[in-house]
Design a protein around this ligand. Structure first.
Ligand code: SF4
Length: 165
């Protein structure tokens, strides 16, 4: 596998909607006034005020480093999209291992549900991340976005006006 040029956000959306991966990857701006986007920003600001340091690495990943531990943290509003969230953290672990030679653990934080979920980079998860990266690259190379497929997430999606009229 060559250089990693995608970020954790695309991994998260890959497990939700391939069309959204294409839209984000092509720099198409979503509706910034979408209620879910605003709520996500708000929770992130409040919860992190005193607890974390955000660290950008290589312009590829932006991680939340929890004090005193070799842990990559990530905050989510709910555990509804747990698979996506876990794979996003797994991607960060993968990136740190492959590009920086640092083995870390992952921790997914869901403050509104008072939940913490550990994420480990097992060989199976590593293989799954590599497959996701390859597939995302293929999606982005395509001239057109994948056809819209209606899923429950569409109701809250900031791109819904572009997919459904
Ligand atoms: S509205 Fe639905 S189909 Fe369109 S990008 Fe969002 S999740 Fe995907």
């Amino acid at each position: 596998m060559g250089e990693i040029n995608i970020g954790g956000t695309l991994i998260w959306y890959y497990y939700i909607c391939k069309r959204e991966v294409w839209l984000i990857g092509h720099g198409i701006e979503p509706d910034q006034e979408n209620d879910y986007i605003l709520l996500g920003k708000h929770i992130h600001e409040i919860f992190y005020q005193s607890r974390k340091k955000e660290l950008g690495i290589d312009n590829v990943i932006k991680i939340d480093v929890l004090p005193g531990r070799m842990v990559i943290g990530e905050i989510k509003k709910s555990s509804k999209y747990l698979k996506s969230a876990k794979m996003q953290v797994a991607f960060y672990l993968y990136y740190m291992k492959r590009e920086k030679g640092i083995d870390m653990q992952g921790l997914l934080l869901i403050p509104e549900e008072r939940k913490k979920v550990k994420v480990l980079l097992t060989p199976e998860v590593e293989g799954e991340i590599e497959e996701a990266i390859r597939n995302i690259e293929k999606i982005l190379e395509s001239e057109r976005p994948p056809t819209a497929v209606r899923i429950p997430y569409c109701k809250r999606c900031a791109y819904k006006d572009m997919c459904w009229v």
